[in-house]
Design a protein around this ligand. Structure first.
Ligand SMILES: C[S@@+](CC[C@H](N)C(=O)[O-])C[C@H]1O[C@@H](n2cnc3c(N)ncnc32)[C@H](O)[C@@H]1O
Length: 260
């Protein structure tokens, strides 16, 4: 075995050890509950200057997925301030840069075949303006409307048709019915070997009081939608290695890999 394979095997062993330790999930949940109630932890970060409502740990996982999949289209529901769109666009820019270095060609971001498509029911004017003024803007396209409305779904399908490798991220309304409808609409667009990442499945594991002002909560959220979707969609499986290695994640059971 060469040293690279040896290191990879060691990492796999680490992940298995983390998965087997039964005390860790409780400690991780306690920590996430505490930081979520004391200081809305997920609001505290930015990506290239735009607020991004994610845990840094999940961004690390997304970076690894994007590198492995090398998508030409990333579809995201839930834009908010645009941080996750800028994150995805910047990862695609790096893929283009790596291609250019390998092939000795030049990069023109305006004609890149790698793009991000964001959908939000309410793109606030100041957020739209900041996203459109961002250096990554040429790779970003935004649609305003509900992610499950037939007109939006039709437009997204039309755009995805021309793409070879598609990655989907669901991060809008986190109710069971909404996420299930998003999965039905967008998961079929995911290419084999790529992922549908469903954020905020963590809601299922948190106390109900945390969401008293929200339409979702334990029993009615993104994770319950994932579980129901998987009952009839064996082409996807939960990539548990990701949550085991992250430990801290808003998407337990939410990293869905398309296997066929
Ligand atoms: C958690 S934020 C998205 C955060 C963003 N992905 C990020 O990482 O920075 C959720 C967003 O979903 C949007 N949203 C809520 N209901 C929606 C719907 N039915 N369709 C599309 N977007 C929706 C909200 O307007 C809000 O901007």
């Amino acid at each position: 075995m060469n040293p690279i394979e040896e290191f990879e095997r060691e990492v796999q062993k680490n992940i298995q050890c983390l998965a087997c330790d039964t005390s860790l999930p409780r400690q991780a949940l306690d920590w996430m509950l505490k930081v979520g109630t004391v200081g809305s932890y997920t609001y505290n970060f930015q990506w290239l200057g735009r607020p991004i409502i994610q845990y840094p740990q999940d961004l690390q996982a997304m970076q690894e997925i994007i590198w492995a999949v090398k998508p030409d289209l990333i579809i995201e529901t839930g834009i908010a301030h645009g941080g996750s769109l800028v994150f995805s666009a910047s990862m695609l820019a790096l893929l283009d840069m790596c291609d250019a270095i390998e092939t000795g060609s030049s990069i023109d971001p305006k004609t890149s075949k790698r793009n991000v498509l964001g959908i939000d029911i309410d793109i606030r004017e100041h957020n739209r303006a900041a996203i459109e003024a961002h250096p990554m803007a040429s790779r970003i396209r935004m649609l305003q409307g509900s992610s499950i409305s037939p007109e939006i779904v039709k437009q997204v399908r039309e755009i995805a048709k021309a793409c070879e490798r598609v990655l989907v991220c669901l991060d809008s309304n986190h109710t069971h019915d909404h996420v299930l409808a998003e999965l039905e609409a967008y998961a079929p667009l995911v290419s084999v070997g790529s992922y549908c990442v469903v954020f905020d499945t963590l809601i299922e594991d948190m106390p109900g009081e945390m969401f008293s002002d929200r339409p979702w909560g334990p029993g009615n959220n993104a994770k319950t939608a994932v579980w129901e979707y998987l009952e009839t969609h064996p082409e996807f499986r939960i990539d548990k290695d990701i949550q085991h290695k992250l430990q801290i994640t808003v998407a337990p059971d939410g990293y869905l890999r398309r296997t066929r």
